[in-house]
Every structure is written in C-alpha cells, then in structure tokens.
Write a protein that binds this ligand. Structure first.
Ligand code: UFG
Length: 326
C-alpha cells in the first residue's frame, strides 16, 4: 500500500482529498497547523499531525518516521484581498512553506509531488478558455506566491530529479455528496456560500460586485468545479506520477463558465428562496471571465469529471451549509 502525505488536509479541498485517498485504499498522513482547517474534517482513517509546514524538525520527523511515496500540498493562505494587505504573510507562509517542503523531500529522497496551484497565476486575459500556454501575470500576492511556488518546484525538479504535477484550479465549490464535509471559511469570500447565506437567514441579500463587465449579462464569469471532481483529478495525478515522469502544469476546470447572475438564479431554483440581489461596486482585482481549457487534464491525467452540473453543485453546498447552520 502506498503512503501519501497530504499537507493542509484539514482544509476545504484537502479534507475531501484525504477522504477520497482513504477510500481508494492509500495510507494517508495529514499535516495541518489548523490555522484555517478543522480537525474534525479529517477522515478518521488518516494519521493526523498537528504542526506547521515551515517547522523543519517537525517535518523531518514525519519523513523519517514514514516511508512517503508522494506528497500532495494544499497548505496555503488563499484570500486574494488579504494577500494584497499582508503580502509578507503570504510569502512567508506559502513560499516559505514550499521551500521547507522541498528541502525535506530532497533530504529524505521523496520524489513525487502534486501541487495545488491556481488560475490566479494567469491574471487577466481577453480570450477564453485559458490554456496552460497562456502567459502568467498574477495580479495579487496570493497568485504571485503560487507562481513562485510552481517555479521553485520546477527548478528543484531539474536539480534533484523530482517528479511533479502542478494543478491550476479554477473556482472550486460544492460539498461532498454525502454532506459530511464542505466549504467553511472565516471570513467567507466565495460566491456560492455567500449566496446561500441568504436562504439560510444569515444575510438579507446578495451583493453583486459590478454588472458593467464586458460579458453577456454584465457580471463576471467563472468556471465552477465541484470539489469531488477536483479531488478525483489529484488521484489521477498521483497515479500518473507513480507510472511515469510528468513535470508539467495542468488546468482544472470544466471548460465553461457561469455568470454571477446565473449562479444566483440557479441558487433560487435549488433553494426555492427569492434571494434578493443588489448591485454593488466592483471588487478590486476581479477579471471579467476566467474559464479553463481542460483538454490537457483529460488527456494527460485521463480525468473524467462527473459533477459538471451547477444545480447539483449548489445543492450539495446548500445541504452542507444547512447542516452547519443547525
Ligand atoms: N462575487 C460577488 N459577490 C460576492 C462574492 C463574489 O459578486 O459576495 C463575485 C466575484 O466578484 C467574482 C465571482 O463572484 O466575480 C466569484 O468570486 P469568488 O470570490 O467566489 O471567486 P474568485 O473568482 O474571486 O476566486 C477564485 C478562487 C481564488 C483564486 C481566484 C483567481 O477562489 O482562490 O479565483 O482569480 F485566486
């Protein structure tokens, strides 16, 4: 049985990954500092270590005590707005964490790495969908830190013969189909959980950040991917690393997008609530549209997404948030 170390396994995406890897029969070890993650989101079958990725002694002990076959790295600060205000925290946590991880991997001869990257590395582009060949031009320290992390991996792969896949996520959303784990940020900044706060009685209306973008209905378009499909892509990535040399970057999205207004309309349908809306000023740094070209994910990873259904996605999120609100 192969052993997978999942760093940031108590977070939103990480906790879904832990559960899926356990279901697939992998031995799973989780490291998380619980700054933004939740201990009870970690599947009971995984071995949990509370600690910080930047702590060299702590990480070395884990690598010495376990024979790790691959690492999946999710642990990062990930709020765009916060990153603009506190860039040093982002470079310290994200870039510093990656430096320590690469060091312990190299010292302990662990070669396989799947890295959680982001569409925020691309910045604004006029023509959709975005392929992996598009130029990178991050517009905030969060995206910049993730790009720096990708580059650190790339150079270390050359120097130390690492084998890696960097996966650039578009808008991850939804909750596990069994309703046990889901998205839980404080503060919440993502559209779908915020929209659902209206039918849950937590807020009175949804604010639309600008309706004067150059899109069909004037609101921003995003490529929303269900978290379980995203986790499945990571399983494919780990299997590919075990099978052969990879060392590349791959987009993860469905290849088509929905506007903010379409998301709100779908949430009305799913919840049966009128969800009042108000147009508010644009949020700084929002590109009009971000849609992935996902051909590479399908070809290289042999990834077959199952939940490309925005109603289902919003339904899974609503079921989860209803439980949380009780
Ligand atoms: N939005 C609103 N009202 C809200 C919240 C969001 O209108 O109350 C809009 C945003 O302006 C944006 C869209 O809904 O147009 C989606 O916003 P999210 O905050 O849900 O997601 P982002 O597209 O901003 O962020 C995602 C990822 C980030 C990543 C970024 C890259 O969650 O991790 O894409 O641009 F950095």
């Amino acid at each position: 049985m192969k052993t997978i170390l999942i760093i940031g396994g108590a977070g939103y995406v990480g906790s879904h990954q832990v559960k899926l890897m356990c279901n697939k029969g992998y031995e799973v070890i989780v490291v998380d500092n619980l700054n933004t993650g939740f201990r009870d989101a970690v599947d009971g079958r995984a071995k949990f270590y509370l600690g910080d990725l930047r702590d060299y002694e702590f990480m070395t002990k884990i690598f010495v005590d376990h024979k790790i076959d691959a690492v999946i790295h999710f642990a990062a600060l990930s709020l765009v707005g916060e990153s603009v205000e506190k860039p040093l925290e982002y470079f310290d946590n994200n870039v510093g964490g990656m430096q320590n991880l690469l060091k312990v991997m190299v010292e302990n001869n662990v070669k396989n790495l799947v890295f959680s990257s982001t569409a925020a590395t691309y910045g604004t582009h006029e023509v959709m969908p975005i392929t992996e060949e598009y130029s990178t031009n991050p517009e905030n320290p969060y995206g910049e830190s993730k790009l720096m992390m990708e580059q650190m991996i790339k150079w270390c792969a050359k120097a130390y013969d690492l084998n890696y896949l960097a996966l650039r996520y578009f808008n991850v959303c939804g909750a596990s189909l069994d309703g046990t784990i889901g998205e839980n940020h404080d503060p919440e900044t993502h559209l779908i959980p915020i929209v659902l706060q209206v039918p849950l009685g937590i807020r009175e209306f949804i604010g639309i950040y600008g309706d004067d973008y150059a899109t069909a209905d004037g609101t921003c378009i995003r490529d929303y991917i269900h978290v379980e499909d995203l986790a499945a892509a990571h399983v494919c990535a780990v299997e590919k690393l075990f099978a052969s040399k990879q060392n590349t970057i791959i987009n993860l999205g469905y290849g088509h997008g929905y506007s903010v207004k379409e998301i709100i309309e779908t949430a009305r349908k799913v919840t049966g609530h009128p969800i009042p809306e108000k147009v508010t000023p644009r949020r700084a740094g929002d590109p009009a549209a971000l849609v992935a070209q996902n051909t590479k994910a399908k070809e290289v990873l042999e990834w077959n997404p199952k939940y490309d259904d925005i109603e289902l996605i919003i339904k899974t999120a609503f079921e989860y948030h209803k439980k949380q609100a009780k």
